[in-house]
Design a protein around this ligand. Sequence first.
Ligand SMILES: Nc1ncnc2c1ncn2[C@@H]1O[C@H](COP(=O)(O)OP(=O)(O)O)[C@@H](O)[C@H]1O
Ligand SMILES: CC(=O)OP(=O)(O)O
Ligand SMILES: [Mg+2]
Length: 395
Amino acid sequence: MPTVLVVNSGSSSIKYQLIDPGSGERLASGLIERIGQGTARSSHRHDGSTSERNVSAADHTEAFGEIVRSFEAAGSPLLELGVAAVGHRVVQGGADFVGPTVIDDAVAQRIVDLSELAPLHNPAHAQAIDAARQLLPDVPHIAVFDTAFHQTLPADAYTYAVDPDVAAQYGVRRYGFHGTSHQVVSQRAADLLKRPVAELRQIVLHLGNGASACAIDGGLSVDTSMGLTPLEGLVMGSRSGDIDPGAILHLLRSGMDADDVDALLNQRSGLRGLSGSVDMRDVQQSAADGDERAALALRIYGRRIRHYLGAYLVELGGADTIVFTAGVGENVAAVRADVCRDLEWFGIRLDPERNASRASEARLISADDSRVAVLVVPTDEEAEIARQAGEVVAR
Ligand SMILES: Nc1ncnc2c1ncn2[C@@H]1O[C@H](COP(=O)(O)OP(=O)(O)O)[C@@H](O)[C@H]1O
Ligand SMILES: CC(=O)OP(=O)(O)O
Ligand SMILES: [Mg+2]
């Protein structure tokens, strides 16, 4: 049975799964977390059992080596599992990559070159891709880009209002990210409602460490909150999201340099900057304990999501679905309740009991008389990457 190894590397983690793209069956899965932060943690699941261990992984090259070791320790070395292809999540594909792409040396180099436009992500992808290509040189490696789904943005959504010559010279435009997630989640929302995706106007809120909103009309992305880089838009774990560009100029003229501002906005902002903690669970706990900074962080977080929700309701001329996904969207009922409060005028009304349910599968959380169906749909970037990689291999 041909299987696809899916490698989803983030800035400090690698999630991986071995998937049969035909049936969607998961044969093994795992995660290396806290890469480059002292002791990393590995969790590997195979044949119904999970093994966890501390590992040393200073970067994504070493982390990939630990994944290989986990398969060996479980008694099923990767090289003996009949891996027919490797699918890699790549966040930034720029203008070059509009669909899943077989990685050769030139493509691998281009992914490195695009690092400036996804500094937390592309360098990590590049290391994992190199390591995987060395281990499995004889199978196709396929890059599936976060940016690809947003190729359908109309010009008035992807163009910033700056001098077009300068924008063209420096490649400044909106690309949008989390596209693989927005795509699979909007399709599964349509499946849950038993309606063709082509008939639906959807707003997907991907609220993870990184977070973005997407307006989807008939299955096509028509607007999204992330921009040239994954920094624009919503408040995130450690990223600011929207900020007056004038504030950046002010900081630069006040003595910070570009690297200082980069670190400020990408790593010391968002929930972490506002409350001291990057993890939504800790922010909620602090707020419940009476920490006013944490309470304010939550209000800013919710207000920004509502800002985009309102914008996309208008852009789409109304919506059939609002879909919550990713770590926060799937797990935090209080955030969903905050986002959807007082929107009856728009036909949006949550059912508090459905919203509070801790079920892990895709589900409806709006009331029966809500004109807009509000859903929680677990994201599954890995299944979508396996599907797209499988299609490329079959061609
Ligand atoms: N059970 C939970 N309760 C509250 N927050 C959660 C829960 N599970 C995950 N999260 C939040 O989700 C975030 C991570 O989301 P995830 O989609 O895994 O992000 P990423 O893939 O970008 O690393 C964490 O920062 C955490 O705040
Ligand atoms: C694009 C992006 O922000 O990805 P992640 O949420 O995995 O950090
Ligand atoms: Mg993610």
